[in-house]
Design a protein around this ligand. Structure first.
Ligand SMILES: [Zn+2]
Ligand SMILES: [Zn+2]
Length: 344
């Protein structure tokens, strides 16, 4: 009598085996969602600079092997026990905010974005560089029909971060808002700022991005290599907000004198060197410096809806999952135009 083989359904994942390790493409058993979780058939996953935290092991307590990825777009293909608000077949996204504990002081105050024990996909649990991913319902954002998976994915970290930082910056329509850096974050920041009705000054290094910045909605392009960008902003009256997207503390420091009265430097480019500023620079004109991190899944839904309403879209380069290492290297090179997305 012939023995019957029991087929175990498997999937491909791109994992990092340890801090600084190379990407490995391996087969794993397709996971089963537990209570309060769903399984997502991943369609696309953006590659974010913060994936370096997983790749290089810079996040305290991260465990390996780990699958990076927190710009996930896909379809729910299985729901766990006690999941009532989400259904099989629904299109969903997962961003940086991958769940909260609901018990810390921030959560008890309703400030879920700043949960002390926030879960991050790709760090706290396996993220989107894989064919199937399990996520807690607290991580899910619904994706509107009109947005494709590869368009939606980068909006779930790069998009929400620029959108949310700008809408909480205090800038009002017609205010001068500068976007520093024309990259993965900046090219979306320019579009959102334009659609919010700001007077948009895009700040890049060199003349090559001037035409593109204007096409994305910038009213003014400032080449910070050829001119003193802070002085150029002052000639325009001083910026109400400067959204600092490029992870260069030096160029952020140089821009502070470009702020107008009550102006704010909004920092989202994650650099590790200090920003240099004198107390007098801040005191004169009551200026502020503020940091901002992504947002909750409902903020993601706002971002996606706004993109749907206004036509804001990421510019992307796509790579198949098998080329996750190449996709990551391309993102790290800083040469991608502008967001790298892995497709399954
Ligand atoms: Zn990110
Ligand atoms: Zn919490």
């Amino acid at each position: 009598m012939a023995a019957t083989a029991i087929a175990v359904a498997t999937m491909k994942v791109a994992q990092v085996s340890g801090p600084g390790g190379d990407f490995q493409i391996v087969e794993r058993k397709i996971p089963t969602p537990g209570a309060g979780e769903v399984r997502i058939k991943v369609q696309a996953c953006g590659v974010c600079h913060s994936d370096a935290l997983t790749k290089e092991g810079a996040w305290p307590g991260i465990q390996y092997p780990r699958v990076p990825g927190h710009e996930v777009a896909g379809i729910i293909d299985e729901v766990g026990e006690s999941v009532t608000a989400w259904k099989k077949g629904q299109r969903v996204g997962v961003g940086w905010h991958g769940g909260q504990d609901n018990t810390c002081l921030s959560c008890r105050r309703g400030d879920f974005r700043n949960c002390r024990n926030v879960l991050i996909p790709g760090i706290s649990y396996d993220g989107g560089y894989q064919q199937y991913m399990v996520a807690p319902v607290g991580a899910l954002a619904a994706i509107p029909e009109s947005l494709s998976d590869v368009e939606a994915a980068p909006l779930l970290c790069a998009g929400i971060t620029t959108f949310n930082a700008l809408r909480h910056s205090g800038a009002l329509p017609s205010d001068l808002v500068a976007i520093q850096g024309i990259g993965g974050l900046g090219h979306l920041g320019i579009q959102f700022a334009s659609k919010f009705g700001y007077k948009v000054a895009a700040i890049g290094r060199g003349p090559e991005n001037a035409a593109l910045a204007k096409k994305l909605g910038a009213n003014v392009y400032i080449d910070s290599k050829a001119t003193n960008a802070a002085e150029e902003l002052q000639k325009l009256g001083g910026a109400q907000v400067i959204l600092a997207t490029a992870p260069s503390s030096k160029s952020m420091s140089e821009l502070i004198d470009g702020l107008g009265p009550n102006g704010k430097l909004m920092v989202i480019g994650a650099a590790f060197e200090p920003i240099e500023v004198t107390p007098v620079q801040l005191i004169m004109g009551s200026k502020t410096i503020q940091g901002w991190a992504a947002g909750t899944p409902t903020d993601s839904e706002d971002t996606l809806r706004f993109a749907e309403l206004t036509g804001v879209r990421p510019m992307i380069e796509t790579y198949p999952l098998e080329e996750a290492a190449e996709a990551y290297a391309r993102m790290m090179s800083g040469k991608a135009q502008f967001r790298v997305v892995i497709t399954m």
